[in-house]
Design a protein around this ligand. Structure first.
Ligand SMILES: Cc1cc2nc3c(=O)[nH]c(=O)nc-3n(C[C@H](O)[C@H](O)[C@H](O)COP(=O)(O)OP(=O)(O)OC[C@H]3O[C@@H](n4cnc5c(N)ncnc54)[C@H](O)[C@@H]3O)c2cc1C
Length: 80
């Protein structure tokens, strides 16, 4: 709203949200054990659905590429 470019912050937030979502749901599924693996428990659905954050709208690797570009550290762009 202040007219500033938030691309870098938004990219970092999306990357973090995807990774955290995977870590969190993985821990929840592990806690549930075999039951967590079955379709009868919501944790199984959360485990699968949370994966989309790291894929949809630009995968994690693409977020890393955007960040590298913005920080000038993309391999090949570094002048030696
Ligand atoms: C349920 C669902 C809903 C969706 N809804 C929409 C929607 O409403 N609108 C819309 O426009 N799209 C939608 N999509 C598409 C989504 O945006 C794409 O799936 C996403 O951009 C990833 O592209 P991709 O699936 O072609 O994977 P790819 O781009 O083929 O990626 C596959 C793998 O290759 C890696 N990769 C790709 N490029 C690079 C690179 N340059 N460097 C390093 N690694 C790379 C990725 O990180 C990933 O690990 C949806 C997808 C899903 C699964």
């Amino acid at each position: 709203m202040a007219g500033e470019d938030v691309t870098k912050l938004a990219t970092m937030a999306k990357l973090k949200a995807g990774r955290l979502g995977r870590e969190l749901t993985d821990a929840c599924l592990q806690y549930w054990g075999g039951m967590g693996f079955t379709n009868e428990t919501p944790v199984s659905r959360a485990y699968r659905d949370s994966r989309l954050t790291s894929i949809g709208g630009g995968a994690d690797e693409v977020m890393l590429m955007v960040l590298c570009k913005m920080m000038g550290t993309l391999p090949g762009s570094i002048k030696v």
